[in-house]
Ligand binder design. Sequence first.
Ligand SMILES: Cc1cc2nc3c(=O)[nH]c(=O)nc-3n(C[C@H](O)[C@H](O)[C@H](O)COP(=O)(O)OP(=O)(O)OC[C@H]3O[C@@H](n4cnc5c(N)ncnc54)[C@H](O)[C@@H]3O)c2cc1C
Length: 394
Amino acid sequence: MDFKLTPQQEERRKEFYKVCGELYAKKPECFVGGEGKLNDDESWEYHRYCAREFGKRGWLTFGWPAEYGGQGDMMDKVLFSEAVGYYGLPGVDEFGVAMLAPTLLAAASEEVKREFLPGIASGDVMWCELWSEPNAGSDLAALTTTAIKKGDEFIVNGQKTWNTAAHRADWAFGVYRSDPQAPKHKNLTFMLCDMKTPGITVKGFPYMNGLHIYNEVYLDDVHIPANQIVGKEGEGWAVVNVLAGFERSNMGLVYGLLSGVEQLVKYCNETKRNGKPLSQDPIIRNRIADLAIGLEAVRTLAMHIADMQSRHEMGLMDAAAVKVFSSELMEKMAQISTDLLGVHGQVKHSRFAKMGGTWEESYQSCFVPIISMGTNEIQRNIIAWYGLGLPRMK
Ligand SMILES: Cc1cc2nc3c(=O)[nH]c(=O)nc-3n(C[C@H](O)[C@H](O)[C@H](O)COP(=O)(O)OP(=O)(O)OC[C@H]3O[C@@H](n4cnc5c(N)ncnc54)[C@H](O)[C@@H]3O)c2cc1C
């Protein structure tokens, strides 16, 4: 693969950075970045505004076939994600744009594609994921929420948990047990559901940083039309695996580290400790260099994944490897930066906070990608079994 950008790609890159810089200038003060867009109305409106700005330029459909409104290629997607990440912007709905859209393109009927892709492309419709349950996380196929077919509808009953964005999203994609008699992995159906459907109750619970991001969702006799299933009835497990690949290989969040390293370098150049700039401390230099190397590896991985996705060749192991590498790099970055800042790293709304207090926030949320999307222990199992052919543990 040739890593050098063509003159056209350089131009596109400049355009992405320019528009993202303009949107960044409109950022409300309350928006703390990342999933903080889900916490308060103003941050959420900013997210929707950025999404529509991207949507009207066609930037949410890179790599889609032209017949569904797609434009550009996967390299555009990589360069665009980098610009969004650099400015820490919201506006790209990870559930709709990064996960559901490519899954629909790969697995949905023509009718479902025609109905649901336009709202994702324009940035008007936001999504959430209803998969995990109190007793089904790593072992997702053990889920017990039922969807029983009655005429041309499914009637859904049960409880989901840890549902990011469920209190904000317009629609949800979920997986339910549609044939309680059939064996595990052969009894699940993947469905799309309007979050305003009667019988859905969303209860939020605060994360340890105090923000409202995650929820429990209760489904009591929720009627879902049968034409809203993706794939075939009883074959939802295959659709889950397709979507999980896109979820784990989504590198949107990790691009936020690009500007993070820049900020840390500036801070170390400008800050003295014991009369010497931090940037002259060999241990600090070493740790920051380590982060910069990780980021270069992430950039290369992103291009590799985009290349594989465009050829429909991304395997289970590739997605798992990206997920482990990028989530652990984010954790490492949060730990090194709070370490570097010392006591200043532990405050955000304070005159003692450094760099806007963002590192305290990133420290508290750096555990999220390690656990969500399937824990890193499970991803390492996937790499061992499916990628390396090591024996499966009983
Ligand atoms: C912040 C956050 C956001 C999330 N967002 C969503 C969302 O939007 N939608 C959604 O549906 N779900 C979401 N989840 C749920 C997430 O997918 C699950 O938490 C995750 O899959 C782990 O499941 P669990 O919590 O039940 O842990 P468990 O499965 O109970 O695992 C507990 C521990 O045991 C380990 N373990 C379990 N089985 C094995 C094994 N076979 N081999 C080795 N180790 C094992 C795990 O690695 C983990 O360390 C979110 C979770 C978090 C924390």
